[in-house]
Design a protein around this ligand. Structure first.
Ligand SMILES: NC(=O)c1ccc[n+]([C@@H]2O[C@H](COP(=O)([O-])OP(=O)(O)OC[C@H]3O[C@@H](n4cnc5c(N)ncnc54)[C@H](O)[C@@H]3O)[C@@H](O)[C@H]2O)c1
Length: 264
């Protein structure tokens, strides 16, 4: 592959990568020749990293236990990547949580604080410390995981949606601040992805409607024009584009990666 499209030899951090979308991103990047640090609050990240290291022996894969809501932990994570690889080319700020769905008037404010701390401040920390390194390098690509829930208000998800909308706005602001240094910053917005986070919703919706989990999945799949759930590899495709020369003119965008899902 030409240098125009290739990411081989680049280095990346992927947060929230012990499982789900983050694991899929890390796996795909490693398969394309990217050296990756997986970071997650769950200790299982070490096992995921070991599995990916065995599957992709041509690249370095490391696992770090990191709570992204802790700024100093994120600063150390970036420091680890730079000490290990000498540079940081791709920062995939992907870690996120959902909290118990509830109407605004029933929402526990502790849930609002937690989802803000992880989904917004966690991504802010990643942007801040990756930016400091990428400014020094005068190159790099920051890709934040947003959500279509951050583009439209969704009942029961006011706090979660607000954190994701905040991520989209952070992405636009940082992209303008850092553009003079040759760094692009974008957000990717998954729709319905095949992960533990989403299965919890399917389970709850099925229970509410009095149908089975599989029946609920069938209903959802009919709503996705491309007829399947999303995977980390779908986001990785966009990350590879944005981090290579081919996508380097794209910045400040919140790009839907959702199989054509209608917001309404
Ligand atoms: N699944 C979907 O349908 C969907 C849709 C839109 C957006 N998203 C977003 O995609 C991202 C990945 O979600 P997923 O579906 O893979 O969920 P997931 O729950 O399967 O994975 C999320 C990962 O983030 C980690 N994490 C949680 N809190 C953390 C913290 N404080 N520090 C570090 N790691 C932490 C978890 O341990 C887990 O490994 C999230 O930002 C989520 O909001 C998911």
């Amino acid at each position: 592959m030409t240098e125009f499209r290739s990411v081989a030899g680049k280095t990346a951090i992927v947060t929230g990568s012990s499982r789900g979308i983050g694991e899929g991103i890390a796996d795909t990047l490693a398969a394309e020749g990217v050296h990756v640090v997986l970071a997650d609050i769950r200790p299982e990240v070490k096992e995921t990293a070991a599995k990916l290291a065995a599957a992709h022996p041509d690249v370095q894969v490391h696992g770090q236990i990191v709570d992204v809501s802790d700024e100093s932990a994120v600063e150390q994570l970036v420091g680890f990547a730079v000490a290990t690889f000498g540079r940081l080319d791709i920062m995939a700020n992907n870690a996120g949580i959902h909290v118990t769905p509830a109407n605004v008037w029933d929402t526990d404010m502790a849930d609002v604080d937690r989802v803000m701390a992880v989904n917004f401040k966690g991504i802010f920390h990643g942007c801040k410390h990756a930016a400091r390194q990428m400014i020094k390098q005068k190159s790099g690509s920051i890709v934040n995981t947003g959500s279509f829930f951050g583009k439209v208000g969704h009942p029961g998800s006011a706090a979660y949606g607000a954190t994701k909308n905040a991520v989209h706005t952070l992405t636009m602001s940082l992209s303008q601040e850092i553009a003079p240094y040759g760094v692009n910053v974008n957000a990717l917005c998954p729709g319905l992805a095949a992960t533990e986070m989403h299965w919890a919703f399917v389970e709850a919706d099925a229970k509410e409607r009095g149908i089975t989990f599989e029946e609920m999945k069938e209903i959802e799949l009919k709503e996705i024009p491309l007829g399947r759930y999303g995977y980390g590899s779908d986001l990785a495709g966009a990350i590879m584009w944005l981090a290579s020369k081919s996508g380097s003119y794209v910045t400040g965008q919140s790009i839907n990666i959702n199989g054509g899902l209608d917001f309404s």
